[in-house]
Design a protein around this ligand. Structure first.
Ligand SMILES: NC(=O)c1ccc[n+]([C@@H]2O[C@H](COP(=O)([O-])OP(=O)(O)OC[C@H]3O[C@@H](n4cnc5c(N)ncnc54)[C@H](O)[C@@H]3O)[C@@H](O)[C@H]2O)c1
Length: 307
């Protein structure tokens, strides 16, 4: 049976989130072209091809977009670093994807933006997708840059884009902050699928967050995407709050949407602060068997500690 699209290009295909998206994307198009600076993942899907490329180099990105309908741009360094280290992977790569896409008639880019585009706003502000940019780091600034790039290409060149302001996308919520910020892998897949299959999006911003009781943002202006997240971090509240609720009420890392990213000096890792939170109370799934002191699965250690 013919699929919806001819070709989707996925950048950052070897990353934590890229790996979660490959099957969904492959089901929507005749061809999935997966791209990463890293080596090819083991076991490509039937209609998937892989190209190793550096997205910060325009000449490497341009040929990838030939014949593509949609680009899903997830390649980047997902943490705060000195500006010079982010310039290629997080800033130039975005320009390259949009410009190469424009030259080859790509209709829409789905972009992995981040909560850190608005990380200096307060949890209590009750923001929606129209909140002004308030980046908390050079990392967040790259997300603001790319959102505005998407807005520019829509206004001047009619190229659509959907910017997913992802919070904390992990298999299970990692810490008490994640009661507000968690995005499950299933909800991520659903959000990306809706961002692709919605007939017209123009320039759209949407928060990538699950159906959490304690979500500090709302998507009321992006309901036309039909994104209805099903998972809720509250199901982990007992274990996540087991360490207690005794935090400094004036700590900006507690008060601001960006969490630890809002307090790190520019250029220094924010993920390190998030990992520090996670070691206090690793979160087993409610139905999971206790670990009994055995080694934690990889999703609770190396992977899934992202912003
Ligand atoms: N995981 C989260 O909770 C989260 C939250 C907010 C935003 N995001 C965004 O989602 C995207 C994916 O995040 P992730 O957690 O999967 O990160 P990740 O580090 O696991 O994956 C990123 C991938 O991009 C690739 N990459 C880096 N530089 C590249 C380049 N110059 N050219 C080609 N490929 C390059 C890496 O090799 C890696 O495979 C990132 O843009 C990140 O900023 C993630």
């Amino acid at each position: 049976m013919a699929k919806l699209l001819k070709k989707i290009v996925l950048t950052g295909a070897c990353g934590t989130l890229g790996m979660e998206l490959r099957s969904t994307l492959a089901s929507l198009a005749d061809e999935l072209l997966s791209v990463d600076i890293a080596d090819a993942p083991a076991g490509l899907l039937e209609n998937e091809t892989f190209v190793q490329a550096d997205c910060s180099k325009f000449d490497e990105v341009l040929p990838l977009m030939e014949g593509a309908d949609i680009a899903v741009h997830f390649a980047s360094i997902p943490d705060e670093r000195p500006f010079e280290e982010l310039l290629g992977p997080n800033y130039l790569s975005s320009y390259n994807v949009w410009e190469a896409g424009h030259r080859h008639g790509v209709r829409r880019v789905i972009y992995a933006s981040s909560v850190h585009a608005v990380g200096m706003l307060e949890n209590s502000a009750g923001i929606d997708v129209d909140a002004d940019h308030a980046p908390d780091t050079f990392y967040g600034l790259a997300k603001c840059f790319t959102e505005d790039l998407g807005k520019l290409y829509w206004a001047k060149r009619g190229m659509e884009s959907v910017h997913l302001r992802i919070f904390s996308c992990t298999k299970v919520p990692q810490n008490a902050r994640a009661l507000r910020t968690w995005l499950s892998f299933d909800d991520l897949r659903h959000l990306v699928e809706r961002s692709i299959t919605t007939q017209a999006t123009g320039f759209t911003v949407v928060y990538g967050i699950s159906n959490n009781d304690r979500a500090p943002v709302n998507n009321s202006k992006s309901t036309y995407l039909g994104y209805h997240p099903k998972d809720n971090a509250e199901n982990w509240a007992d274990s996540l709050l087991a360490a207690g609720v005794d935090v400094d009420p004036k700590d900006p890392a507690q008060l601001l949407i960006g969490g630890p990213f809002a307090t790190v000096p520019l250029g220094e890792s924010g993920v390190a602060g998030i990992k520090a939170m996670a070691t206090d109370a690793p979160a087993p799934a409610p139905e999971a068997a206790p670990t009994n002191g055995k080694k934690l699965p990889s999703f609770l250690t190396k992977k899934g500690m992202n912003p």
